[in-house]
Design a protein around this ligand. Structure first.
Ligand code: MN9
Length: 302
């Protein structure tokens, strides 16, 4: 279990929806083929990007089944099972294990904030025990959960209590904390970077894998960035990261995930809009987003 490591670019997958907001599982296959064809090396299902928190548990199970089936063992599938109800989270974890997912991950509860390292370890021990055979990644995303627990003591205390704890999905911008987690106990933890617009900084700090939403629409750009970094061509790596920053800034002029889903449609994969409260872009918004992306050359370099 402690040997389990993710590598390269893992897409935080979008959940395909119909116009009425129901699941459109027919589109999972085409989405997965698009992702694997663009060089993605893993799928992170039902996270922030996949609107896990906006889906019922039944929907989350159906989405998990569909992605595990579509991936067919070609790349690892990590299922995000976090929930305000730890009992539901634990049951989602058990389901992921039962249907053959490769790993689980969970945010902490966020309505009642987790205030201490001990409270976080207790909560995650509960969730991870639902899938004892699968590697577990805590999903650290303080901007959304509101829980700013220090990840260094969480890992050292957590590993003693959570036998399947292998690492983190680290979605924060504190590179120094990321590095510390990464280097802890001779690098035993798999700490995966989650902030696409800072991938270069994370690579410089030692990152081996990243999970993110924009790998759905621009994996080849990031693959070139990684290649340039590995060759020591920092100027080129910076130029490519600059394009990603420009792309994200443009998409952020609109509600982010609905806009990302609109971009996937522009690339030929119709995954619908988002559920409320995020909603969807109007046809006019989608058109203006497309022309802004055209003007920065996105469709040529992504
Ligand atoms: O965790 C994503 N974060 C959120 C992953 O969705 C909040 C990231 O991939 C961001 O979407 C990305 C763009 O800001 O870095």
């Amino acid at each position: 279990m402690s040997q389990f490591k993710l590598s390269n670019l893992i897409a935080a997958t979008y959940t395909p929806l119909n116009a009425d907001g129901r699941l459109n599982l027919q589109q999972v296959g085409p989405l997965v083929e698009h992702l694997l064809g663009s060089g993605v090396t893993g799928l992170y299902v039902c996270g922030s990007t996949g609107e896990g928190m906006s889906l019922s548990c039944e929907d989350r199970r159906s989405v998990t089944d569909a992605f595990v089936t579509a991936a067919a063992g070609r790349v690892p599938v990590i299922v995000q099972v976090g929930h305000n109800s730890l009992d539901d989270a634990k049951q989602l974890a058990a389901h992921a294990q039962q249907v053959g997912a490769d790993a689980i991950s969970a945010t902490c509860p966020s309505y009642f904030k987790v205030g201490t390292v001990g409270g976080l370890v207790d909560s995650m021990a509960e969730v991870a025990s639902g899938a004892p055979e699968l590697p577990f990644y805590y999903y650290h995303i303080p901007m959304l959960t509101g829980s700013k627990i220090d990840m260094v003591p969480f890992l050292t205390e957590g590993v003693a209590r959570i036998p399947n704890l292998v690492g983190l999905k680290y979605t924060d911008t504190a590179l120094h904390e990321f590095q510390e987690c990464f280097e802890l106990q001779d690098g035993r933890f798999d700490v995966v970077w989650g902030c696409d617009e800072m991938l270069l900084g994370a690579l410089a700090t030692g990152a081996q894998a990243a999970i993110g939403s924009t790998y759905n629409i621009a994996a080849p750009l990031y693959a070139r960035l990684i290649e340039a970094f590995e060759k020591g061509d920092l100027q080129e790596a910076r130029r490519l990261q600059g394009l990603s920053i420009q792309m994200i800034r443009t998409i952020n002029l609109y509600p982010f995930h609905p806009a990302m889903k609109a971009v996937l449609k522009m690339k030929g994969i119709d995954v619908g809009g988002c559920r409320l409260p995020q909603g969807k872009l109007t046809a006019e918004e989608a058109k203006s987003l497309q022309s802004k992306l055209q003007s920065i050359g996105f469709f040529d370099w992504s």
